[in-house]
Design a protein around this ligand. Sequence first.
Ligand code: FAD
Length: 455
Amino acid sequence: MTTYDYDLFVIGAGSGGVRAGRIAAKHGAKVAVAEEYRVGGTCVIRGCVPKKLLVYASKFAEDFEDAVGFGWTSEKVSFDWATLIENKDKEIDRLNKAYIRNLEGAGAELILERAVLEDRHTVRLASGRKVTAKYILIATGATPFVPRHLPGHQLAITSNEAFHLEKLPSRIVIVGGGYIAVEFAGIFSGLGVETVLLYRGEQILRGFDDDLRNHLAAEMIKKGVELRTETDVTRIDRSGDGVRVTLEGGAAFGAGQIMFATGRIPNVAGLGLEAAGVELTPHHAVKVDDYSRSSVDNIYAVGDVTNRANLTPVAIREGHAFADTVFGGRPTKVDHSLIPTAVFSQPEIGTVGLTEEEARRQVKAVDIYKTSFRPMKNTVSGRDERTLMKLVVDGETDRVLGCHICGPDAGEMAQLLGISLRLGATKADFDATMAVHPTAAEELVTLRDKWQPGR
Ligand code: FAD
């Protein structure tokens, strides 16, 4: 019988890899996990966590303004980017250490080196050492896509660098229309940076419900973000301390910084997947079955590298299911339907289920319930910002198919709505639920009138 150095070798200590390694070790497997940058991966080191800390920081500007209507006066407030970054980094270091402790505490061996496949059972480390494993898990995540054909693309940063800027520019151009672009536009704008968001599509947040997209775009513009859609950058040149950005059609303008948030691509380059015979999808993600198994039966892949639903909780769930399937004697599939998500834009988005457009394609009759209102806090503060709430209902079965919110705490609401939709809640169930008063969420259970087009 062939013997291997490890039962499982995990490449990548991010959300998916850490969970898989930890659970496999708890199931009794001999596990090694390789990481080339920092344990914790994108989410902890340069994704969800630091991003949300920056979102918190950027919201204080409005909180100070709003406080005045409630009777508060304060001395002149000021903001220091260096303090924020230092404190953010301390928290990231704490989390990084906690991840290392959890992994090693479970009995997994951590190898802080880049690892690539040599063949289906052999991994080559950056140091040149080779190790063998019965099973290999690819959990290498994704990396920002940079349009390298663009002259001057080297002058742009991505979200990776945005977390470590030495100082805030006075003006930034963010290219992209996805959730990362929108979130960073809110962060920079809230921190007082003149922010231009450039997107080549018709409207930001493709794939989200159209009402949400339009509502958020309008609110961002009100907050001072300069939103330019249906345009693209054709070149970037250095100009003084900053850059000069040229657009299609020839218009050009200056900015202190330009950031690409133009999507992310699976981290497969140079991984040796071809050598091992691992097939990729047309989008260069690792092709896997429902159990996260690749085309090679002892090699699995989880998380962003498989490009299924690129979110931390999904990577974690896939990593856990993999460990239970292969080492826990419990074959487990991950259900990728009805994933609740948030966009930490300003105002925030929380959403679960089908958009109106998707529902119209999938069921015969769709009923829409929606409301746009001024949240209670804004009455006294005088802030001109509205909340949007929308329910997409199957007109034949009364089942709520989708729920979309843009407003404060929308992400928190989406988490709980996710449970309701998973349980198959109908509009009648929403109506029968007692309201919590006074909250914004009570609107969700008091929406009585179907939306009539043209109203
Ligand atoms: P990752 O967490 O990316 O981990 C992969 C790890 O593998 C990395 O640490 C990498 O260094 C390592 N690696 C790669 N190649 C090798 C190699 N050859 N050898 C050794 N190590 C290697 N998701 C949410 O759910 N909510 C959010 O609010 C959210 N915000 C985000 C904000 C930003 C700016 C970004 C970029 C992402 C955000 N995400 C968010 C997405 C989330 O971070 C990812 O979905 C998640 O981290 C995927 O986990 P993963 O395990 O697949 O990969």
